[in-house]
Design a protein. Structure first.
Length: 380
């Protein structure tokens, strides 16, 4: 009974294997025939690609950067000498004028030394006046010169003491707004200990860097647009007022400073990072291609350009040098391409140098050019 049931299954399995073998044989034979036909004709089927035209146009150069807002005057106020704080004359966030006293350091011993030197100065002055009367009578010129030197020395010591005392009173170097107080009454501070920040934010600047290749187009007076992180609208903030004459050798960039207009100061403040957009002055018309047409290789940038050969369109691999970029277009340097040429922008992965292509254009050609079907580009 079991043998009678298994025999039809065996026959069915054999029939299925024979069917699969037949299909495999038919497919292999078809591919072999197609390959022989391709070898006989000497060409494979054209590769479908998308192309776009080469243009000659004025390409605006836009430089985008991250800059730092700085005030026209900003400083971290610190004591010039060490000492104990005996008075604090300011509060955090106070608006002050230039020369306002901020911190008084202990100057008691220095004032005592000043009084002693002032007494010595008055004595030296008295001796000098008496020497003037006796000069040429009972006093020689050499003795008179000694009295002059003693007086000059005493006067210099008094001036030194006065300068030492003035250093114990820290004053504001310019008008502005103070930051948070960083010291306390009675604290002993070393020379250079921060006391508070002082910022004059009536005039603000933004410092940023520009690639050195754009140096020739940089000039003072160019407008910049600035916005802070998270700001939705661009602020027409000001113009370039200073350009560093040296190129940074580390990153090959140029430091640039733009002065912001007063109407931008409510949104920006010193120390804030901001986005900067700089529109450089347009130059002459240049040859451009879509940026997506470019491929990177170890030898540099390259593209596939369409060339007519033996009555058919072929893809030619062309090495190019590139320049500025703007709005999806890239400048091509040199004479490798001409206006109206077609370059491949999609399908490059299936291409090799010299293969047949079936192009489909995705944008209009330059004025006066013909369609792809009647391509009149370079011939080989």
């Amino acid at each position: 009974m079991n043998h009678a049931f298994s025999r039809p299954l065996t026959l069915a399995a054999l029939a299925l294997l024979c069917g699969i073998g037949g299909l495999y044989f038919y497919d292999s034979h078809r591919k072999q025939a197609a390959g022989q036909a391709a070898l006989a004709s000497g060409e494979a089927d054209p590769v479908p690609v998308e192309v776009a035209s080469v243009r000659s146009e004025v390409l605006p150069t836009t430089v985008k950067a991250i800059g730092t807002v700085v005030a026209d005057h900003q400083v971290l106020v610190a004591a010039e000498v060490a000492g104990r704080i005996t008075k604090v004359h300011f509060t955090s966030g106070q608006i002050i004028s230039a020369g306002t006293p901020l911190v008084q350091l202990n100057d008691g011993p220095l004032r005592s030394e000043l009084e002693r030197r002032q007494v010595a100065l008055r004595l030296a002055q008295t001796h000098l006046e008496r020497a003037k009367r006796l000069r040429g009578q009972t006093l020689s010129n050499a003795e008179y010169e000694q009295h002059v030197a003693a007086y000059d020395e005493a006067r210099a010591l008094v001036a030194q003491s006065q300068e030492d005392i003035s250093q114990r009173l820290v004053r504001a170097p310019f008008a502005g707004e103070l930051g948070l107080r960083r010291i306390n009454l009675g604290q002993y501070v070393e020379a250079g200990t921060p006391i508070a920040t002082l910022t004059d934010n009536r005039v603000l600047h933004i410092d940023f860097t520009v690639p050195e290749r754009n140096r020739a187009a940089l000039k003072t007076g160019l407008q910049v647009r600035v916005k802070g992180d998270g700001d939705s609208a661009w602020i027409i903030a000001g113009q370039i007022t200073a350009i560093d004459p040296q190129v940074d050798k580390e990153n090959h960039a140029i430091r640039v400073r733009a002065t912001l207009r007063k109407d931008a100061q409510d949104a920006l403040w010193p120390g804030k990072f901001a986005h900067v957009v700089l529109e450089l002055t347009p130059g002459l018309a240049v040859t451009t291609i879509p940026t997506v047409a470019l491929e990177s290789s170890l030898s540099g940038q390259r593209i596939y350009a369409l060339r007519e050969s033996q009555g058919a369109l072929r893809a030619q691999l062309v090495s190019v040098r590139t320049g500025a970029q703007s709005d999806g277009r890239t400048e091509v340097l040199g004479n490798t391409l001409n206006e109206g040429d077609l370059v491949v922008i999609a399908g490059q992965i299936n291409l090799q140098d010299g293969v047949l292509v079936a192009p489909r254009q995705t944008e209009a050609l330059a004025p006066g050019s013909e369609t792809v079907g009647s391509y009149t580009g370079k011939k080989e």
